[in-house]
Design a protein around this ligand. Structure first.
Ligand SMILES: [Ca+2]
Length: 520
């Protein structure tokens, strides 16, 4: 402990004063931050999801706190990760969509933890194009990474590892924990690629759901009435690629039946490359499962609604099988914390970079400010400093991660970070001045994937106001109490005048508060 304080003081870290003033005997917590990619709340049993069982993630919730109203500020992969690191909205951290590169010279919470004496590491998905900064150790996937035999950048060196990505990332996370300096606290960011598209399960999970069909969500055949931006997207399951998404080989599918979110993308080639990465043993297990399904497709050749529903089953089963591997591996790490005696003083967070559509509105992917992709799962366990079995309904954001982790570490949260520490929410009612609305802004259009229009908006505990701008200029208003699936846009409708005016005011105020003048 003394060493930490000395190091922090010598480096003039913002946290030094806080650590000294605190002056108690409790060592700062270790931090294990787990972020998966595109893991929807609907696919976590602790959130009431019935599609898949997630006992390890549920365990974190049961032994800690589950946040029932956790949201992202910009529902897309790289931007969400930049918000996580900086505690700032996209218009300030500079990473607005997946085309942008992360400016690693800016202030991030890992840098501050480093200065405060933490050893810092990131293992798994990074996705920010520039090399990590603020981490002593990094072993990351290149870009999106591959499910089988992925290539990792090991502190800058490219190394290919045979095996399944979710298992490998966990192996490397456990290696790091074994090899770390036990005299100093650690920050380990342990990020999964799964269950990101194209949802390739581990071969050991291919038999899950073999004799079972999954229920269609009630909005699967949404007609998008009153919502031109929702209608104008290219992210319908009905339009998924037969190659990359459905894993059919060329001799079976012959021609693609959908745009897949990006007409210019050569999905067939991408699928061939992914498939070719498997070892002969993996390929044999893979083919034993998929070949009969592919042959059946070749004979039946479903079209129209039947094809869309066939794609839904296939997509969902692969997505959920990927989650089975994530949950198993989270369990491996929790077991390690138990065995090594680290569990008590380690803050464990499980979250995802955003939510995902599992057939709602007929979709996969994210981006829209509608509930399924605006929401992220968030469970947190810290036996030494947070109660077990609590649920918080306060409105929280991924913007809050950096301030929260700094707060737990006893490091002063810099003024320039825009989120708030979640710590006061853990064991009591929320502070009187806790936020009553969250602000959102999405940017990736007309470039990129899926044709989701640029939009921003505000969500309170009951209502949501969205403005689509760019090649469309549209307002949407939803009453989540009476219309939880968001199919009835009541903007401009009688009876909502006061609510609408209040939401417009809140939106204006939040844009001012966060300094967002973009998109006006
Ligand atoms: Ca993602």
């Amino acid at each position: 402990m003394r060493l930490i304080l000395t190091t922090a003081l010598m480096l003039g870290a913002p946290g030094a004063a806080a650590l000294l003033v605190a002056g108690d005997a409790t060592p700062p917590p270790n931090i294990l931050f787990i972020m998966s990619d595109d893991h929807a709340e609907q696919a976590i049993s602790a959130y009431g999801g019935t599609l898949v069982q997630t006992p390890s993630i549920d365990r974190i919730a049961r032994e800690g706190v589950l946040f029932g109203n956790a949201f992202v500020t910009n529902s897309i992969c790289a931007p969400s990760r930049a918000v996580f690191l900086t505690g700032k909205y996209s218009h300030l951290n500079g990473l607005r969509d997946n085309r942008d590169e992360f400016d690693g010279s800016q202030l991030t919470f890992p840098k501050l933890l480093q200065k405060a004496g933490y050893q810092t590491a990131i293992v798994g998905k990074w996705h920010l194009k520039t090399a990590p900064t603020g981490f002593d150790h990094w072993k990351i996937l290149i870009g999106q990474g591959e499910y089988y035999s992925p290539v990792f950048l090991d502190n800058g060196q490219e190394v290919r590892h045979d095996g399944y990505v979710t298992d490998l990332i966990t192996d490397f996370a456990l290696d790091y924990l074994e090899d770390r300096d036990p005299s100093r606290p650690f920050l380990l960011v342990y990020n999964h690629k799964a269950p990101h598209r194209n949802w390739m399960p581990a071969v050991r999970h291919l038999d899950m759901y073999a004799d079972q069909d999954l229920p269609l969500p009630e909005t699967f055949w949404d007609d998008y009435a009153g919502r031109p931006a929702a209608k104008g997207q290219d992210m319908r399951i009905a339009d998924m690629y037969l190659s990359m998404d459905m894993k059919l080989h060329e001799e079976v599918y012959e021609e693609e039946t959908g745009t897949g979110g990006q007409k210019a993308f050569t999905a067939g080639d991408a699928w061939k490359r992914s498939y070719a990465r498997m070892t002969p043993e993996e390929k044999a297990a893979w083919d034993a499962h998929y070949d009969p399904i592919n042959e059946a497709y070749g004979k039946e050749r479903p079209t129209g609604k039947a094809l869309a529903e066939w794609k839904y089953q296939r997509y969902m089963k692969d997505y959920l099988r990927c989650i089975a591997a994530v949950d198993e591996n989270v369990g491996r790490v929790l077991d390690y914390l138990d065995r090594s005696g680290l569990a008590e003083n380690t803050l464990v967070v499980y979250t995802s970079d955003q939510g995902f559509y599992l057939g709602e509105h007929g979709w996969y992917d994210k981006r829209f400010m509608y509930e399924e992709s605006l929401a992220m799962p968030l469970v947190l366990r810290y036996p030494a400093g947070a109660p077990a079995g609590r649920v918080s309904d306060s409105l929280v954001l991924n913007l809050d991660f950096a301030p929260t982790l700094l707060d737990f570490a006893g490091v002063t949260v810099p003024q320039e970070m825009q989120g708030r520490s979640l710590r006061p929410l853990l064991d009591g009612p929320p502070p009187a001045d806790w936020r009553e609305a969250v602000y959102y802004h999405y940017y990736e259009f007309p470039h990129g994937w899926h044709d989701v229009r640029t939009h921003y908006g505000v969500r309170t505990d009951r209502y949501k106001l969205i403005r689509f701008y760019g090649d469309m200029d549209l307002w949407e208003l939803y009453d989540l109490a009476t219309d939880p699936t968001e199919v009835r846009n009541v903007h401009g409708q009688p009876g909502y005048e006061a609510v609408q005016e209040d939401l417009h005011d809140r939106l204006d105020d939040l844009r001012k508060q966060y300094g967002d003048t973009t998109g006006s």
